[in-house]
Write a protein that binds this ligand. Structure first.
Ligand SMILES: Nc1ncnc2c1ncn2[C@@H]1O[C@H](COP(=O)(O)OP(=O)(O)OP(=O)(O)O)[C@@H](O)[C@H]1O
Ligand SMILES: [Mg+2]
Length: 236
């Protein structure tokens, strides 16, 4: 067997995945038979107008929602075949999330917000300390690790959320408009950070966005319109 010609298994596959919402007699079709693959190490901007299906696609990939038709595979698992516990474990091990509105816990310090996913995975605080501080340093918040998120700027809060997403060393980070709540300049700094993390840690990113800057700097662009892939290209 010539193993050299074997293509690596994609990290994630959407195969003819459709999603409809609401009354089956009068459904809203959010996604129409989407087929695509995501490979290890990619940095993908998921672009398209409001309502085009970006968040829906991310939710299917992360197993937060199920397709109405078609299949989603993550790390070789057909998500439809997993029970809730298996899905929760796969998500906890393999996926990090970043949201538009940060979703940090206001009563916890930066340190404890970043530690939180490790705590849920059973790590003791002291045992996790090095790993938590390492990623806090990577996102540039070493001077702020004791502070609550409310004392930080929006950009700094998003850095905390990125550290929290990365601390478990997930294979895939799913980010839904991570710069959507930031001014252009701060958004640009966050894009720089996401690109740096992709480069340094080899983490795979798929990021929904309305930002032309992120679209132009992403290695791959998936453009969706009306729930269909309109374009899929790589920037030079
Ligand atoms: N829970 C839901 N129930 C009913 N319809 C929904 C639901 N979620 C999304 N939709 C519909 O599915 C379509 C796609 O929505 P989605 O949120 O994926 O778009 P989006 O590209 O993320 O938009 P935005 O850029 O505004 O975030 C829209 O028509 C939306 O109204
Ligand atoms: Mg959305």
């Amino acid at each position: 067997m010539n193993t050299q010609s074997a293509r690596p298994l994609p990290l994630a596959i959407l195969n003819q995945a459709s999603k409809s919402y609401g009354d089956p007699a009068n459904p809203v079709h959010a996604l129409h038979a989407i087929t695509t693959e995501i490979h290890d190490g990619e940095f993908i901007a998921l672009c398209g107008p409001s309502g085009s299906g970006k968040s829906t696609l991310l939710n299917l990939l992360a197993g937060i929602d199920e397709p109405t038709h078609g299949e989603v595979y993550l790390l070789g698992n057909d998500l439809a075949q997993l029970n809730d516990g298996q899905m929760a474990k796969l998500r906890a091990d393999a996926i990090g999330f970043v949201f538009q509105f940060f979703n940090l816990l206001p009563v916890l310090s930066v340190f404890d917000n970043v530690y939180y996913p490790l705590m849920l995975n059973g790590f003791r605080r002291n045992d996790a300390r090095e790993q938590v501080m390492h990623i806090i340093e990577k996102v540039g918040l070493l001077d702020h690790y004791r502070r609550p998120p409310g004392e930080l700027s929006g950009g700094q809060q998003q850095r905390v959320a990125i550290a929290r997403a990365l601390v478990k060393k997930p294979r895939l980070v799913v980010a839904d408009e991570p710069t959507g709540n930031l001014d252009t300049r701060t958004g640009e700094e966050i894009i720089d950070l996401l690109l740096a993390m992709n480069h340094e840690l080899k983490t795979t990113f798929i990021i929904s966005t309305h930002s032309p800057l992120l679209r132009d700097r992403a290695r791959r662009v998936l453009q969706i319109e009306d729930g269909r892939i309109k374009d899929d290209y790589c920037n030079a």
